[in-house]
Ligand binder design. Structure first.
Ligand code: IMP
Length: 424
């Protein structure tokens, strides 16, 4: 039996789903525990691309049980679209996709409030995905959120919804100048949704604890990345959930003593979408080169990702707050043509050298980066399947990352296909 957590260890988009897909071959259960349809998890098998927003990437294997935990905020329309799309491509989720009754629902007013709020903030916007994630988690914390279990009792559901729409309409119409939402339309849409998702709803906390007791293999699939964590990330430029490994327990209801291994996924460089500090960010010219080579465009919004060198300070911090047991370093091949590769080993702020991650975003925004230079390998790595066959400069670059992050490297990815993975 093993319980593993796979987490993003930078600002998301580290190719977690590819690693989850690779590891899922040995898993009985694959579980999403936080975030929502803001995530875009891409899996490529034999050249066929699948992008998941809510359904765990393990669904690609015909006999895996896939779970959406209570820590996720669930947009029903996004889920139903995803189920439909999978069915059209020959993947049936029935009987093996389960959703916690405690999962909070993303409602139409969450999406409108997210989008209108961002517009209203102007240059101070976070750069959210506009999927209603922040407002949905805000309602959860304010104890006015609507959970899947609420759909069971029509009267309770309608009265909660009426109250929420009343309040949301005040903000939408009076502050943002939007049209009000009609209660009846939302009620009808969600009751229809309830009918469709009913077969998937379960007490997944019991289900997972039974699975642990029976010695099953469980793989938790994190979304976003450590630096987007609401508590530990570059606040306020973060998402609204806890993205670090500890959230796997909270977002499903299994205890921390059950977790055997935490695998941190890091790109061989760094990217970020949305606003906020990014110390190792490239200039426009270099960003364009890496963005084009790495296909660095958001899987959910299509936005161009900001790109930069690997940041060892962030890597090290991420390893600490996640308790990483090992690293999966992805997209090494994107660096194949570069003559020189830089690694950030520390920051300088007001003539002081910082080796730990500064909590204050203002400081992070103004640090000077300290780099060491590594010679590139300037050969293709996409066909390599054994660690020892990687060019010597690639190996020394990877080993330096592992040393800086103080975590052993277990996997290296040299392309987006399942096959293009090296077990170290
Ligand atoms: P939200 O999660 O839509 O509220 O967006 C908050 C911040 O997290 C923004 O900077 C987004 O670009 C970022 N974000 C959210 N989900 C992802 C993701 O899956 N990958 C990368 N960045 C993300």
């Amino acid at each position: 039996m093993s319980v593993k957590v796979v987490v993003g260890s930078q600002w998301g988009d580290e190719a977690k789903a590819k690693i989850v897909d690779y590891l899922a071959v040995d898993a009985d259960y694959v579980v999403r525990f936080q975030g929502g349809a803001n995530a875009g998890h891409t899996v490529i098998v034999n050249g066929n691309e699948f992008i998941f927003h809510l359904i765990p990437a393990g669904i690609m294997y015909p006999n895996k049980i896939c779970i959406i935990g209570n820590g996720v905020v669930l947009d029903p329309s996004a889920l139903l679209n995803e189920i439909e799309e999978l069915k059209n491509r020959g993947i049936d989720v029935d009987g093996r996709l389960f959703i916690s009754q405690k999962t909070h629902l993303v409602m139409p007013y969450h999406k409108l409030l997210d989008q209108a709020g961002e517009k209203h903030k102007g240059k101070n916007s976070i750069g959210t995905t506009g999927r209603g994630i922040g407002p949905a988690y805000r309602d959860k914390a304010a104890r006015v959120g609507i959970r899947i279990v609420d759909l069971l009792n029509r009267d309770v559901f309608v009265s909660k919804l009426e109250q929420n729409i009343l309040e949301s309409n005040e903000i939408l119409t009076k502050i943002y100048g939007y049209e009000p939402l009609e209660v009846n339309k939302v009620v009808d849409a969600y009751l229809e949704f309830d009918r469709k998702i009913d077969p998937y709803v379960k007490d997944i906390s019991i289900m997972l604890n039974d699975a642990v007791r029976e010695g099953k293999n469980i793989l938790f699939e994190g979304a976003q990345g450590a630096l987007l964590d609401i508590d530990h990330g570059t606040y306020p430029f973060v998402t609204s959930s806890n993205t670090i490994a500890g959230a796997a327990c909270i977002g499903t209801g299994i205890g921390p003593t059950h977790i055997d291994e935490v695998i941190g996924v890091m790109k061989a460089y760094t990217t970020r979408v949305g606003n906020g500090p990014f110390p190792t960010e490239f200039d426009d010219e270099m960003a364009k080169i890496i963005r084009d080579m790495g296909g660095e465009y958001g899987a959910t919004t299509g936005r161009p990702r900001r790109c930069g060198w690997f940041d060892g300070v962030i890597g090290n911090y991420s390893a600490l707050i996640n308790g990483l047991s090992s690293l999966a370093i992805t997209k090494l091949d994107v660096l194949d043509t570069l003559p020189e590769i830089k690694l950030c080993t520390g920051y300088r702020y007001k003539n002081k050298v910082l080796h730990t991650f500064p909590v204050d975003s203002e400081v992070l925004e103004n640090v000077e980066t300290i780099y060491e230079s590594h010679p590139g390998w300037q050969e293709k790595t996409t066909h390599i399947r054994k660690y020892k066959d990687l060019p010597v400069n690639a190996r020394s670059y990877l080993e330096r990352i592992s040393e800086l992050v103080k975590t052993p490297m277990k996997y290296v990815s040299v392309g987006s296909d399942r096959e293009q993975t090296i077990s170290v």
